[in-house]
Design a binder for this molecule. Sequence first.
Ligand SMILES: Cc1ncc(C[n+]2csc(CCOP(=O)(O)OP(=O)(O)O)c2C)c(N)n1
Ligand code: SF4
Length: 470
Amino acid sequence: MLKDYLLVEKFPLFWCSGCGNGIALQAIVRNMDKRNWTRKNTVVATGIGCWGKADDYLSTNRIHGTHGRALPFSTGVKLANPKLNVITIMGDGDGITIGGNHLIHAARRNVDVTAIMVNNLNYGMTGGQYSGTTPKSSLTKTSVYGHVENGFDVCGVVKAAGGSFVARCTVYDVNQLEKIIGQAMDHKGFSFVEIISPCPTHFGRNNKLGDAPAMMKLIKENTISIKQAEGLDFEELRGKFVTGIFENREQEDYSTAYQKIIDGLQIKQKVEDKDEPKEQFIENDVSAAPGRKEITISGVGGQGMILCGTMIANASAINDHKNATLSTEYGTETRGTFAKADVISSDDEIFFPDVTDPDLVVCLHQIAYERYTGKLSEKSKIIYNSDEVTPDLAQSHKEIGIPITKIAKEIGNTAVANIVTLGIIAGYTGVVSHSGAKEQIQSFFGSKSDKILQMNYQAFDKGVEVAKYL
Ligand SMILES: Cc1ncc(C[n+]2csc(CCOP(=O)(O)OP(=O)(O)O)c2C)c(N)n1
Ligand code: SF4
């Protein structure tokens, strides 16, 4: 039943009377009903705009995204769970003007989503400014003397970019509209449907095209089929809406191609696991402590804090099977200015990825130390690199200095200071299992020489040992 797909309690629709959006929405919902695309298996992603508000009325899972970005959201959803049906809803301002770059790349990648663009020839929601599809000479809020640019042939752009199903229809011909949307939904790969629709409130009024029925008549009179358009040149096609299916071909979609790579890597991994016995460091393992830990590793770019944070987050999520987040910050110069990695590891869900009340802040450099000293809650401890930091003695009750650079140098290279830090953090907080941390070291340095790998294992062990005395 259609009403199972609609949030009827949100009615009446927000759109102006005579707007074509309601007709387009109905055609989508009818097709969802026929295919059983319910809230259990379907996600709708939209951008901003009048048409972008269509998701307000749909009972499926929805992402009301930012303007021009509906396709990246859809791509992410589809990649994360290829079993879902994904519909992208976008206006002409949204899809081809502000988000044009995303449109061509989604088409090129052949992402398996059904992208439905309502083209009302202007920015409706913001008051009728011209968009990338506004025809030459049109009057809009931002072209009061007549638009000097040509509008995009959007289907031409999407086809050229590699879209495997490309079609145009109008809200006047509802039979064709419903049929084409159905075909687009059934298509495996990127399907794009452009729907020509009236915006009587702005485009119609600004161009003195009459009321909504008059605009519908105009759309009807100016619509021609692909066959009728054959042989017409650019000027002869001006003002015409060519409808029909421009492209419909089979081609492997993005998620399927991606999945093949993942499957291949997993098979390879299984073979390697069988061939090589697990490293001996799994023996005498120290497990990760239960609960939640928030840790900041800070310093200046080039000291390897981001790698240290990445290893903790990876070990936590991949090896210890906890939840983990990593967020990083570094200056535009990358090296030599403040940089940090925030890691949260938790047995429970993490709802916000930034560290707000750290258990531990490691400061490898004076610049970083000054950001944190005296500014943290009672709970937080600071461990600083005493080779690089002159501490504030008033804070000594909650700060610990360790000559991290010197320890790294004694092991063989100051570059391993971040792995000494990893060992100190693992030993002091228990945020990760020691085997997990070492698997990460193996994963990052395994392809280098054995000498480098062993030096990093040693750096980790030394950090753990130092932590025993804290
Ligand atoms: C990046 C960005 N730029 C501009 C805006 C302002 N804005 C909101 S809706 C809109 C116009 C939408 O036009 P269109 O996508 O054609 O949809 P319509 O309203 O015509 O259905 C604009 C420009 C915004 N929200 N975000
Ligand atoms: S402004 Fe135009 S596009 Fe927006 S709801 Fe009104 S008629 Fe429709």
